[in-house]
Design a protein around this ligand. Structure first.
Ligand code: ACM
Ligand code: ZN
Length: 495
C-alpha cells in the first residue's frame, strides 16, 4: 500500500458512512460531495479511465463530479471494482458526486462451493460468480471430489466420472413431520435409494467456467482431496485403496475410514496424473489438496502404509499423511502452483510453502502464522454458512448444528483476531464455506449464501475501523434488492 493510500485510510476513519453512498463492501475512504452526475446512454461511455502505477493492485480511485466520472487504477481488477461500486451508486440514471479511494484489506476473499455432496451445475455456479464479483470477492474454492461424487472429468481415468459421479441414493430422514423435526446430522437418516447422477463437469465445461470467473477477476481454486473423502475415487479404481475392496460412491454423509493408500506408489502416481490435468485446466496459482478428516484406521493395518512409514522413518500414520502433503506440495510447486491443506495437515508438520486453511476454529491459522506458513481463515463459527441463519421462519433450515451463523455473527468475523500483529502478513484472508450435504438445490444454496456472504465480503474488504453493523444493516436491503432483481438470486431476508 503506498503512502497516498495510507493517508486516505487514516483520513477516512472519522467520516461516518452516509446513506446516499450505499455500497457493499463499504469502501475504505468515502467523501461525499455536492450534486450528482446524470448518466447519458450507457454508463460505460460516461467514464474516463486513468492509469496510475502508484495505485496498488485491485485498488481504485473513483471521482464523480457533475461533469464526469473518473476512475484511476493501476490494473484491470481495480477498474473492474470501480465499476462494481458505480453499479451500486447508480440510481435511475443518476450517480451522487463522491470521492472514493478504495483498496482491499485482504487479498483472499473467498467462497467455498461444494459440488460434491449435491451438484448445482453451471448455471448456479455462474450466477454465484456474478454475485461474488459485485461484492469484490475474488476466490471461488471449488470442491469437486468427495466421497459422494467425483465431479471433474479426468481424461486418463474415465471411470472417475463414469462410475464415481453416480451414487445409488442419498440420506433421507427416517421420520419427517415438519422440516424442524429432521434429526441432527448423522442420526436417524436412511438411504432414499434414488439414483443421484451422473453429475460432473467436462473439461470443456471447466474451461468455460474458469474463463467466466477470470473475466470477473475471480480465481478458481479446485480442491482435489487427499488422502480422505475419496470413496468415489476408490469406487472407480479399487486399487487406489489399502485393501483393494470394491466400494460404491457413498450414499451417506460423514467421514469414511476408507481413504487412499499412502503406501502404494501407484496411488501416488494416480494422484500426480490427476494433478497434471487439473493444473492444465486451472491456470490460477493455488490447488487445494484437502487433508481434513482422514481416519488412520485402515492405514494402521495396511502393510504398504506401514512399510512406507518404516522405510522413511516417519512419525506413524500422521507422519505418513505429512509425507503425502509434502510430496504434493513439492509436486505442485514444480508446476508453479501453491498447495493448500485443511488445518489437520499441521499434524504432519508440513513445510513452510503449504498454505493452511483454518476451519475447526482460528487456532490452525494462528499456529500456521506462528510457524511461518500462510493461512486462510474460515473458522466454523461464523464462516460455515451451511449453519442455520436464525431467521424467524426459514423454509430451508432442517438441521440443528448447535449454533446459528446469523448475519450479525458473520458480520463480526475478523480474520486476524488472535494473530499477533507481527504475523498478520501470513493471513491471506478468509472465506465463507457452504458444504452442501443439506443443500439440495441451487435456490437453497443461494438462500444460504446471500446475504451472509455480503457480510463476510465486507469483513474481507473493509478495514475494521470502517465497519459498522448499524450502517451495514442500513445498506443491506438495497444489495438484497439488487441480488434479487438483477441477478435472480434467491436471497434470504435480513431477519
Ligand atoms: C471440513 O469442513 N471438513 C474442512
Ligand atoms: Zn495403505
Amino acid at each position: 500500500m503506498n503512502r497516498i493510500m495510507i493517508g486516505a485510510i487514516v483520513g477516512a476513519l472519522s467520516i461516518a458512512a452516509n446513506a446516499a453512498i450505499n455500497v457493499i463492501p463499504q469502501p475504505n475512504f468515502v467523501e461525499e460531495r455536492e450534486g450528482e452526475y446524470v448518466v447519458q446512454g450507457r454508463i460505460g461511455d460516461n467514464i474516463r479511465f486513468i492509469s496510475d502505477a502508484r495505485i496498488p493492485a485491485e485498488s481504485y480511485r473513483l471521482v464523480v463530479t457533475p461533469k464526469g466520472i473518473f476512475v484511476t487504477a493501476s490494473d484491470d481488477a481495480g477498474r473492474f471494482y470501480a465499476m462494481q461500486t458505480l453499479r451500486q451508486l447508480h440510481n435511475e440514471g443518476r450517480i451522487p458526486c463522491v470521492f472514493i479511494d478504495d483498496m482491499p484489506r485482504f487479498k483472499w476473499r473467498g467462497l467455498l462451493f461444494d459440488d460434491g455432496r449435491h451438484f448445482f451445475g453451471k448455471e448456479t455456479l455462474m450466477k454465484t460468480l456474478d454475485a461474488m464479483a459485485l461484492h469484490k470477492l475474488n476466490v471461488l474454492h471449488w470442491v469437486i471430489t468427495q466421497d459422494q461424487g467425483w465431479r471433474i472429468e479426468i481424461k486418463k481415468y474415465p471411470e472417475l466420472t463414469k462410475k464415481g459421479s453416480v451414487r445409488a441414493g442419498s440420506p433421507k430422514p427416517v421420520v419427517l413431520v415438519t422440516p424442524k423435526d429432521v434429526p441432527e446430522s448423522g442420526t436417524g437418516w436412511v438411504n432414499n435409494h434414488i439414483q443421484y447422477g451422473p453429475y460432473f463437469y467436462t473439461q470443456d465445461d471447466i474451461r468455460e467456467i474458469v474463463a467466466y470467473a477470470a473475466a470477473r477477476h475471480i480465481t478458481i481454486v479446485p480442491e482435489i482431496e487427499l488422502p480422505g473423502h475419496s470413496v468415489a475415487a476408490l469406487s472407480a479404481y479399487p486399487w487406489l485403496g489399502c485393501t483393494g475392496e470394491q466400494f460404491e460412491p457413498w450414499c451417506r454423509w460423514g467421514v469414511s475410514e476408507n481413504i487412499y493408500c499412502g503406501g502404494n506408489d501407484e496411488t501416488i502416481k494416480f494422484l500426480e496424473d490427476v494433478m497434471d490435468e487439473v493444473c492444465e485446466l486451472f491456470p490460477g496459482p493455488f490447488i487445494h489438496i484437502g487433508g481434513d478428516e482422514a481416519p488412520k484406521t485402515v492405514w494402521k493395518r495396511c502393510p504398504k502404509c506401514q512399510k512406507r512409514i518404516k522405510d522413511l522413518g516417519l512419525a506413524g500414520e500422521e507422519g505418513l499423511q505429512g509425507w503425502m502433503t509434502d510430496h504434493f506440495t513439492k509436486y505442485l510447486a514444480a508446476k508453479g502452483k501453491r498447495a493448500i491443506g485443511w488445518d489437520e495437515v499441521l499434524d504432519g508438520e508440513p513445510g513452510k510453502e503449504t498454505i493452511i486453511m483454518s476451519w475447526r476454529g482460528p487456532q490452525g491459522g494462528i499456529k500456521a502464522a506462528s510457524r511461518g506458513n500462510d493461512a486462510v481463515m474460515c473458522p466454523v463459527d461464523p464462516c460455515y454458512i451451511d449453519n442455520p441463519q436464525g431467521l424467524a421462519d426459514d423454509p430451508y433450515e432442517y438441521i440443528n448444528y448447535g449454533f446459528q451463523a446469523t448475519l450479525e455473527r458473520c458480520y463480526g468475523f475478523n480474520p486476524t483476531a488472535g494473530v499477533p500483529e507481527s504475523e498478520h502478513s501470513h493471513i491471506l484472508g478468509g472465506q465463507g464455506n457452504n458444504w452442501s450435504e443439506y443443500t439440495w438445490t441451487g435456490s437453497e444454496l443461494e438462500w444460504k449464501i446471500w446475504p451472509r456472504m455480503s457480510a463476510l465480503a465486507e469483513c474481507l474488504w473493509t478495514v475494521p475501523e470502517r465497519k459498522s453493523w448499524t450502517c451495514f444493516k442500513a445498506r443491506i436491503p438495497a444489495m438484497r434488492r439488487m441480488l434479487i432483481r438483477e441477478h435472480h438470486i434467491n436471497c434470504a431476508p435480513i431477519e
